[in-house]
Design a protein. Structure first.
Length: 92
């Protein structure tokens, strides 16, 4: 999996717990440094969108969100943990 997929998973709040993943619970990433270039490539590919320019709140860094296409690409093939500890694992 590419580092860009890892960035999108981080933006979605997905974490690896071995054979299972936590379910997505957010959708934003404040990008700085080298991450800005990666997010701009994701934006050009239609996998992300820049929703805010840099501000005092973000330390001058832009804010990105993952699009539906990006979410599908980033979460493809993952099995998520059970919501309440019962039943079968769920997929997105």
């Amino acid at each position: 999996m590419s580092s860009k997929h890892e960035l999108m998973r981080h933006a979605l709040g997905v974490q690896d717990y071995g054979a299972r993943w936590s379910k997505p619970y957010r959708n934003h990433f404040v990008a700085g440094g080298d991450a800005v270039a990666a997010w701009e490539e994701l934006t050009a590919a239609g996998l992300a969108t820049r929703v805010r320019e840099g501000s005092d709140l973000t330390g001058g860094c832009p804010v990105y969100v993952v699009t539906d296409a990006g979410r599908e690409a980033a979460l493809a093939g993952l099995t998520f943990k059970r919501r309440w500890g019962y039943g079968r694992p769920v997929t997105p």
